[in-house]
Design a protein around this ligand. Sequence first.
Ligand SMILES: [Zn+2]
Length: 308
Amino acid sequence: MFIEGLKEGDTEKLLEVPKSDLHNHSTKGCRISWLEEQIDRKLPHPPEVFRGLEGMQEWFTEEIKPYCSGSEGIILRWEGSFAEAKRNNITRLAMNFGAAEIELVGGMEVFRKLIDGFHQKHCPDTVFEPELTYISLCDVDAEAAKIDQYISTGYFKTIDVCGGENRRPFEDFLPLYRKAEKYHLIRRMHVGESGSADDVRRAVEVLGLEEVHHGIHAAASEEVMKFLSDNGITLHVCPSSNVMLGYAPSYKDHPIKILYENGVKVTINTDDLLIFDSSIENEYLRLYRAGTLSAEQLNEIREFGLKG
Ligand SMILES: [Zn+2]
């Protein structure tokens, strides 16, 4: 049905088929239209292209955040992310949460109750994999000293670092990733979005990453793609995010094609639905319509994302 849906451009069919979303920043994971209904106000839709990560952050802070701010706004947007999982039949969902957000809503216990409540209310059959994320300029030693309270419970399945690449050496993050390894979390990081193929390889080697958020610039190096393929490293790719931030030239020439053809495992994800305004079925559809990958190839990627 998914292949049919792509070929016919039938969104209803695409919505119905089970999908995964494994690169999703929870506070920006809901649809603009869902949020509009909740706050009873029209919100602006994004420009075609942002001025990089900074321009995107600026737009979000000025245009969206004022109408859903503070802990109440965060909680509302979290709920919207689960509502979208239901609407789009996302049966495997990984969402990331910052330690600061957890503290803002009252700490780990309150946070867990809230999130489990939304999961049960909207999509109880969805396999949910919470991810703990840190921004790249965080105080690593201070965060590593506090991380046990979050990850010793087994609630979080993965760890991540986001918020800008190449701001410090990969080695700086070792205190966090050693703790993550101790508690058997899958190690991920945002790398190779603005950074290079070599950055992707270095991050994997230094921090023991099993999976990578973005990693698209690995497509520039056959050697790095072979390394990723040989080591079974999965890249969680977000096409609209890459195109709208200018990290990929277009949907048609998106690096996912080269990665896929070189045997690198990839998944397709939304990144920040509330910003990029393209839900998961639409990400597949955009790549299909651009001729980047065939309907059969996209379906294979979808099925891989569900396996885990
Ligand atoms: Zn991201």
